[in-house]
Write a protein that binds this ligand. Structure first.
Ligand code: BES
Ligand code: MN
Ligand code: ZN
Length: 501
């Protein structure tokens, strides 16, 4: 999608479709209070063109509500689309991101290729922040998961122009808009990987895609396989890979900005299970096809690395993705087996379906060995996190409050929803083993937490954040601003957290 930023008066823009935001300005909360939709633009011509629709009461400016006006009088645009932001008092830049996505997804199936989007004029929402969010939202909205459909028509929006009011601080708005393009494209890079079926995206192919991306944006990369895993004594990672015909891939990317020789080295570690059957503790057939997205944490790390390479923060970043299939075969590991992880810790395998924590155990240890001073991992780790938090918040954990506070602050920019869950000695008790140092499951209750406790053993005393994105990495339904399918969750938050160093 081509993007452009314009400072032209809205009424004079010739386009197929002009989208303008509206908010409900009603502050009275009484039972008889009617919605009072108002446009978030000072442009008199646009206001006049929309006046009748706003007065009709048909459009309430609810969040992502839309109404289309054909041949709007007084405008050069052929159509005027109003997109709601909800209550004005509660409107945020995150609403603008969604509204841009909604505008794109409204436009897309109607064969309209060019969209002009008026950035809202509102005291509460800064113009640069809304320019960035609009670009992100537009890219996110333009993505659909229908890659392999023969009847797929290329109906993507091909041109997106954001319009800022004249008098805006041009340089700041331009820089923010350019950032939004990078972030939106990086999130879609992740989504495209997550969408790939397991037969296409094997661990080897995952490594190739990571390498191609790294080449494209100028990151250093290495992709290793079984031999290197043996050399590093990655017994936990290898135990998952041993049941598959497909060799594992240990993907390592490095961002080393010129002139930054010391200071923190941020380690991103991703779970890259390209298909999770459960192994010998095999999963039921229902919904097993979904387990192609069990590499979403690894893909999120690659998307974040892409954005980091292009946005060039002044901090060194290392990325380790542990890619493998989890399959049952004659060589697969069995419940009761004991494995020795790279760190030397021994693990009793209770359930071969708790494989994510095994590959991450060695991924975390390797990132530490390579010098990481701060760690973050992302993984579709447990069904239990979805039981705890629904498909509303992803789960987050940390062994260090100061590190987590920085992550928490990043959420204000990313707009993503993570809820911090507790860790603690009583949970750690649940993964003690009779035969080995720890076991790989802690029972049904608090499953997301005991999984995090397992990872904490390998993060040791390095400041570390764990993101369990199992509930949010895949949308089961279409939403006005984002398609059904892979979401690319965590890319934006990880990026902002890295930039905070
Ligand atoms: N990949 C799954 C977790 C998952 C579940 C991701 C649903 C996305 C949607 C993970 O490897 C797994 O199987 N976890 C087990 C752990 C259990 C055996 C302790 C689970 O959640 O059931
Ligand atoms: Mn599993
Ligand atoms: Zn898994």
């Amino acid at each position: 999608m081509r993007t452009e930023l314009s400072f032209a008066p809205l009424a004079r823009i010739e386009t197929e479709l002009l989208a303008v935001l509206a908010a409900d300005t009603q502050t009275d909360k009484g039972p008889d209070a009617k919605p009072a939709p108002a446009l978030l633009t000072a442009d008199e011509a646009v206001k006049a063109a929309a006046a009748a629709v706003l007065a009709s009461g048909e459009f309430k400016a609810g969040a992502n509500e839309t109404v289309l006006i054909h041949a709007p009088t007084g405008l050069k645009a052929k159509r005027l689309l109003l997109v709601g932001l909800g209550k004005e008092a509660k409107a945020t830049v995150h609403g603008v991101r969604a509204a841009a996505g909604t505008a794109v997804r409204y436009t897309k199936p109607r064969g309209i290729r060019k969209l002009v989007f008026a950035l809202p004029e509102s005291e509460a929402i800064s113009l640069p922040a809304s320019a960035r969010a609009a670009a992100e939202g537009a890219f996110v909205g333009n993505f659909d998961a229908d890659t392999y459909r023969s009847d797929r028509k290329d109906v993507s929006v091909q041109s997106f122009t954001a319009v800022a009011p004249a008098g805006a601080e041009k340089a700041a708005v331009e820089a923010a808009f350019a950032e939004g393009v990078i972030v939106g494209e990086s999130q879609n890079f992740t989504r495209a990987l997550v969408n790939e079926p397991g037969n296409v995206l094997t661990p080897t192919e995952f490594g190739k895609r990571a390498a191609a991306m790294a080449e494209g944006v100028g990151l250093k990369w290495e992709v290793h396989s079984t031999e290197k895993l043996r050399e590093l004594k990655m017994g936990a990672f290898l135990s998952v890979a041993q049941g598959s015909e497909e060799p594992p891939a240990l993907i390592v990317l490095r961002y080393e900005p010129a002139g930054v020789a010391d200071g923190p080295l941020i380690g991103l570690v991703g779970k890259g299970i390209t298909f999770d059957t459960g192994g010998i503790s095999i999963k039921p057939a229902d919904n097993m096809e979904k387990m192609k997205y069990d590499m979403a944490g690894g893909a999120a790390m690659l998307g974040a690395m892409r954005a980091i390479a292009l946005l060039k923060p002044k901090v060194r970043v290392l990325c380790v993705v542990c890619a493998s299939e989890n399959m049952p075969d004659g060589k697969a590991q069995k419940p009761g087996d004991v494995q020795t992880a790279m760190s030397g810790k021994t693990i009793e395998i209770i359930n071969t379906d708790a494989e994510g924590r095994l590959v991450l155990a060695d991924g975390l240890a390797y990132a530490k060995q390579l010098g990481a001073t701060h760690l973050i991992d992302a993984a579709t780790l447990t069904g239990a996190v979805g039981v705890a938090l629904g498909k509303i918040n992803a789960g987050s954990f940390s062994n260090d409050d100061a590190t987590y506070d920085k992550f928490s602050a990043s959420l204000a920019t990313s707009g993503e929803a993570f809820w911090r869950l507790p860790l603690g000695e009583e949970y750690a008790e649940l993964i003690k083993s009779d035969i080995a140092d720890i076991k790989n499951t802690g029972g049904r209750y608090g499953g997301a937490i005991t999984a995090a406790e397992f990872l904490k053993v390998f993060a040791e005393d390095t400041p570390w954040i764990h993101l369990d994105i199992a509930g949010l990495a895949w949308n089961d339904d279409n939403k006005p601003w984002i398609a059904k399918g892979p979401t690319g969750v965590a890319v934006r938050s990880i990026l902002e957290w890295v930039r905070s160093y």
